[in-house]
Design a protein around this ligand. Structure first.
Ligand code: PLV
Length: 331
């Protein structure tokens, strides 16, 4: 697998992310009734797309002499920040909500990051991170709300353009705090794909983007009740809400049951295990959202091809999948 590279001035700087494969999925294409391509962000060296934006952010702040990186995270942004910090030779503190998955914690340990566990959800951990960055030379790595993060995430679209040439009929992705969405929108504007509809998927109980669209202003959820903890920001980034005026964004909400069924089916169909946060995007196909949007005339009946961004996630293993099933009342 090749590392990506970018030219900046005279020097060539390596990206911390890899150029991921775009896989045509036979099984998902059958379900969707059209060709489905999977952008495999789950195989990034940090297990999710987050390294694209966070890697870019960390490289930029390292150039400016940052002494310590702090990242509050539902998990995956933290792994990306810890990995970037290790590669750049900067110490890192990752602040997670309590109850983090043991596989994720082992992963962070391997990255040599200090881990603090604070509060119940990401918003609590974020408050702690804000306190820590008051120290001299410490820099906050926001998991989703920064232009450098969006710039890095936008590289997904440049790679899609290189692989596909022509634009797909739609792109399906998950929305937590909206960083991936904001990055995809900026990438689409850069390559002239702003007419490609984006289907933005959330789970009920972590649906701050959908609620903001309905209210036409930012909405702060009272709590995160979804099992898709990595979609659990109580308020979406304001940039994500602005994006609805720049591209055609269709916001859809699925249940935890649908997101978890999607990861189970994906495991059987493609032999890859991803988090419920990613299951939300896969549920766009498996639970029939796509077909319904076509039937209702919101999407063309002839999409040609669609791309699902398989955002990935580290907080999943056999034990976690079993526990998710139990929390849904299934054995
Ligand atoms: N996860 C963030 C925010 O958590 C984090 O700290 O890791 N898919 C996966 C696997 C994710 O980990 C996330 C975000 C998303 C999708 C959503 O991305 P976003 O926040 O850019 O919309 C609370």
């Amino acid at each position: 697998m090749m590392d990506g590279s970018q030219k900046s001035g005279n020097e060539e700087q390596r990206h911390l992310h890899i150029v991921t494969p775009l896989l045509e999925s036979w099984t998902l294409s059958l379900v969707a009734g059209t060709t489905v391509f999977l952008k495999l962000e789950n195989i990034q060296p940090t297990g999710s797309f987050k390294i694209r934006g966070i890697g870019h952010f960390c490289q930029e702040v390292a150039k400016k002499g940052c002494k310590h990186l702090v990242c509050s995270s539902g998990g995956n942004a933290g792994v990306a920040a810890a990995y970037a910090a290790r590669k750049l030779g900067i110490p890192a503190t990752i602040v997670l909500p309590k109850g983090a998955n043991p596989t994720l914690l082992r992963r962070l340990e391997r990255e040599e990051a200090e881990v603090q566990m604070v509060g119940k959800i990401w918003d609590d951990a974020n408050m702690k991170a804000q306190e820590l960055v008051k120290m001299n030379g410490w820099v906050n790595v926001h998991p989703f709300d920064h232009p450098l993060i969006w710039k890095g995430h936008g590289s997904i679209i440049h790679e899609l353009k290189d692989s596909l040439g022509t634009p797909p009929g739609a792109i399906i992705l998950s929305v937590g705090g909206g960083g991936l969405l904001a990055g995809v929108v900026s990438g689409m504007k850069e390559v002239g794909w702003q007419d490609v509809p984006i289907i933005a998927m959330e789970t009920r109980g972590a649906d701050c983007f959908n609620q903001a669209i309905q209210a036409k202003r930012l909405v702060t959820l009272p709590d995160i009740t979804s099992l898709a903890k990595c979609l659990g920001a109580k308020t979406v980034a304001s940039r994500a809400l602005e994006c609805i005026h720049e591209c055609q964004i269709i916001s859809e909400v699925v249940s935890d049951e649908e997101a978890i069924q999607a990861i189970e089916r994906f495991l059987d169909d493609e032999r890859m295990l991803v988090e419920p946060a990613c299951g939300a995007a896969l549920a766009g196909i498996y639970s029939g959202c796509l077909g319904q949007l076509q039937a209702e005339g919101h999407l063309s009946p002839n999409l040609g091809s669609i791309v699902v961004i398989v955002c990935g996630g580290n907080s999943i293993d056999q034990a976690e999948l079993k526990s998710l099933r139990a929390q849904l009342g299934r054995s």
